[in-house]
Design a protein around this ligand. Structure first.
Ligand SMILES: [Zn+2]
Length: 366
């Protein structure tokens, strides 16, 4: 796993190709595979699945879980890391005493349709909340709803959106939209008002795959935020908690606590309901650690515009029009960089992060 070409070959250009490479590499590595069929199809009529590949001893005291495709299209990045691990004997040798669980296509529908959201326009990372409790709706979103999703997506609509941002500030824009909202099912960063399919499957399957493990570390792979090619490691544990301290001990200052004021201005947009904030609910009774790795692609304003355009084309536009195809191309460019250099950066940082997690959990589990 030394040259850029070998690294790049683990990455794919469609959901189907990515799944095929992942499953082939998992089978070749002797992984136990669990595949759960999604109720809907991809754009070519293809079947969709959430796939789990398990490597290493079932009676291990600790497990490392790596998740790809929570935000659908971001799975092009995460699945490349997963497939490269499965193809790399040296990496797999680190898992002789720790169980490795690779969850491919957490949101397979969004992955196949080149969307960040799922089949119901739900942002999965705003959906991992306890819906038996009252949830913050974020009514402020209603104030920008018609600007975010115009009837026509054109120069006028973009000028109106820009004017709002100029008048209210980019911070306020991020704050109003990025934390998530439950007031407009057609809007962006919509967290839903009930448990999504993917969320249900994870609650069902992940406890079964970690029955014997006392310690579980989970890394959820994302793209579209931060500097090009760099992977920011971000958790939401409070300063002074055991999880904060252990993660800091394992990663040093490379591990950022978003609720400990270590992520600067972006704190305005701490998401309501990411999977990494609910691992205690998914795996009660275990000592767990969860964080995201956020890989940078292109500038933030371009990413948000692509998300709005994608939202518009699915709700008010025509996917098969030239404009629709252009929007899909831009979505891909915003969440996955088609370059050997970028993929090498992704792989090196991803592997380093996963191996650190395995080493940290090993210390705990002896
Ligand atoms: Zn994401």
């Amino acid at each position: 796993m030394s040259t850029n070409n070998v690294v790049s070959d683990g990455f794919s250009t469609s959901y189907l190709e990515s799944r095929r490479k992942f499953l082939e590499a998992a089978a070749a590595a002797g992984a136990e595979i669990t595949s759960i069929a999604h109720p809907e199809k991809g754009p070519e009529g293809e079947d969709l699945f959430m796939d789990f590949a398990c490597i290493g001893p079932n009676d291990a005291k600790a497990a490392v879980v790596v998740v790809s495709g929570t935000h659908g299209i971001e799975g092009f990045c995460g699945s490349g890391v997963q497939t490269n691990i499965l193809r790399d004997d040296r990496s797999l040798s680190k898992f002789s005493k720790i169980k490795l669980i690779l969850l491919h296509g957490h949101n397979p529908h969004g992955f196949a349709w080149l969307r960040r959201v799922n089949e119901d326009n739900v942002d999965l990372n705003r959906n991992y909340v306890d819906f038996s409790e009252p949830q913050e709706m974020n009514e402020a979103y209603l104030g920008v709803k018609d600007l975010v999703l115009p009837i026509e997506f054109n120069d006028d609509s973009e000028e109106a959106m820009s004017t709002w941002i100029e008048e209210n500030g980019l911070d306020q824009y991020q704050k109003v939209i990025m934390g998530g909202q439950r007031v407009d099912p057609d809007g962006i960063f919509y967290g839903g008002t009930s448990t999504a399919w993917s969320n249900k499957i994870v609650h069902d399957i992940l406890p079964k795959l970690t029955t014997n493990q006392e310690y579980v570390g989970l890394m959820d792979v994302h793209t579209g935020l931060g500097p090009y090619g760099h992977g920011d490691l971000i958790h939401s544990y409070a300063k002074g908690s055991r999880e904060y301290d252990d993660l800091r001990a394992w990663y040093g200052e490379e591990m950022i606590g978003i609720n400990a004021g270590e992520y600067g201005d972006v704190v305005a947009a701490v998401p309501r309901g990411p999977i990494v904030s609910s691992l205690d609910l998914i795996l009660p009774g275990k000592q767990s650690y969860a964080f995201v790795i956020e890989y940078g692609t292109v500038e933030f304003e371009r990413v948000i515009k692509a998300l709005r355009a994608d939202n518009w084309v699915h709700i008010n536009g025509d996917l098969n029009s030239p404009e629709g195809k252009e929007i899909k191309g831009e979505m891909r460019a915003c969440f996955y960089c088609e370059s050997d250099e970028w993929r090498k950066l992704i792989w090196d940082r991803g592997l380093w992060s996963i191996e650190k997690l395995a080493a940290g959990l090993s210390q705990l589990s002896g």
